[in-house]
Structures are given as C-alpha cells and as structure tokens.
Design a protein around this ligand. Structure first.
Ligand code: 13P
Length: 243
C-alpha cells in the first residue's frame, strides 16, 4: 500500500482563482485535496490525478438544516473522502464525539471514506491523558458504525503540533499507531483502517515519518498551500511502502 497524503486547505485560499491555481499546482497522483466547500466543484473539475475530499459534512440526508452540507451532496459532485472531527471544529465550534459519530455514519452510508481526526491538547498531554483522550475519541466516534463493514482513515493530530512548526516525533507516533491498533482491533473485525500523522508536516520532516511502514501517510495543513511543497511531500511518500 502506498502512503496516503491528504491536503487540508482549511479556510484557504481567499479566491476561486487562487484555488484553481493551487489545484493545478498540486495535481499529483497519490494526493487527496480537501478545499473549502465553495471551491470543491471547481477544484474537482481542475484536477486530473489528485482526488477530492471535503473538510466536513452534516449527518442529515436533506431538508431543514440551514447552512449544512450532506454526504450525498458531496458524493454527487465527486468527493471521495471527508475529514471528520478536526480539532479546529471540536475546539472552535463545539463539535462533540457524538456529533462526530453521526458524521462518520453518514459518510459511510453515502460511500464516502471518512478521515477521523483524533489528538490531545498540550495540557492533556502534560497531564498524562493522551491515551484516554484518543481512546475516547476513537470509541465514541466509531460507536454507531463499529459493527458494520467499513474502511476509515484515522488521523492522529496532536493539537499542540498543529500549525506550530513543532511536529510530534516519529517514535512517539509509532507508539500512537500501536495504541490506536490496540483500541480498534479488538473492537471490531468489520473495521479496516489506516493511521496517518498530522501536525506541522513539511517536506523537511516527512521522510522521518514515512520511512516507517506503520505510519500510513500524512494530513498536511500549512504546507499543502504551496504546490511545490505538497508535491515534494507526495514524492517522498512514494519512496516508502505502508503496511
Ligand atoms: P499544519 O500542517 O498546518 O500543522 O496543520 C495540520 C492540520 O491540522 C491538518 O489537518
């Protein structure tokens, strides 16, 4: 299996023209691009080799949910992946584990591949709570779907490493992969999953993660806003296998 590299553009860039340019510059096999909602269709029409992902969805199938976007609507415009439970939504918008579980269920029902984000704050890490936080986010987030045959991506993104320029270490990530497998494997035989790392990934540090076959890829924020940089990261990923 090759590495899974996911570009989370977050609320960037500012204009459709810039989004189109960035999509052209990032259009490489092996990359999944997750632009803001208003740019999804245009990015989808621009890329030939990369795949399309969204940054969120709502669990309702349609109807009176002002401002929300459904899994089916995303699927209909060519979206294949969807980020769910990003810490920026949990922290700034009050997204709970229960909401995450409903979103995961909606994504799977529509045939979208969910990217479930988990990770602890600096304070939680310092208090020795990393394991309990990640375990809770995994178990509650997958509560509604644990008995159904499904395939997901788990992105471990320690909150203190996001946008700070200080990534977690590959050694600590390897321990986290082991931990996540130990939480998920006994829970459900129906679930298949890969585990990727996110938090200040750049072309300078990507190799230190990708050389380990247990680390299946990366969720990249800031560095995905430069075409050359994200292409480099994907190329580095292609040198290594995943397991
Ligand atoms: P940065 O790569 O900017 O640290 O962001 C990581 C992230 O939150 C991706 O979802």
């Amino acid at each position: 299996m090759s590495k899974l590299i996911i570009a989370n553009w977050k609320m960037n860039p500012r204009t459709l023209t810039e989004a189109r340019e960035l999509a052209k510059a990032s259009d490489i096999e092996g990359l999944i691009i997750c632009p803001p909602f208003p740019f999804l269709e245009e990015v989808g029409a621009t890329i030939r080799k990369a795949k399309l992902g969204a940054q969120d969805l709502f669990w309702g199938e349609g109807g009176a949910y002002t401002g929300e976007v459904s899994a089916d609507e995303l699927k209909d415009i060519g979206v294949e992946y969807v980020i769910i439970g990003h810490s920026e939504r949990r922290q700034n918008l009050g997204e709970t584990d229960e909401m995450v579980a409903k979103k995961i269920a909606a994504a799977l029902k529509a045939g979208l591949k969910p990217i479930l984000c988990v990770g602890e704050t600096r304070a939680e890490r310092d208090a020795g709570k990393t394991g309990s936080v990640v375990q809770r986010e995994l178990e509650t987030g997958l509560f509604l779907t644990k008995n159904q045959k499904s395939s997901i991506v788990v992105a471990y993104e320690p909150i203190w490493a996001i946008g700070t320029g200080t990534p977690d270490t590959p050694e600590s990530m390897l321990e986290m992969v082991e931990f996540i497998k130990n939480v998920l494997n006994p829970q459900s035989r129906a679930l298949t999953f890969s585990v990727i790392y996110g938090g200040s990934v750049t072309s300078k540090n990507a190799e230190s993660f990708f050389r380990h076959k247990e680390i299946n890829g990366a969720l990249v924020g800031g560095a995905s806003l430069k075409g050359e940089e994200i292409k480099k990261i994907v190329e580095i990923g292609k040198k290594y296998e995943s397991r």
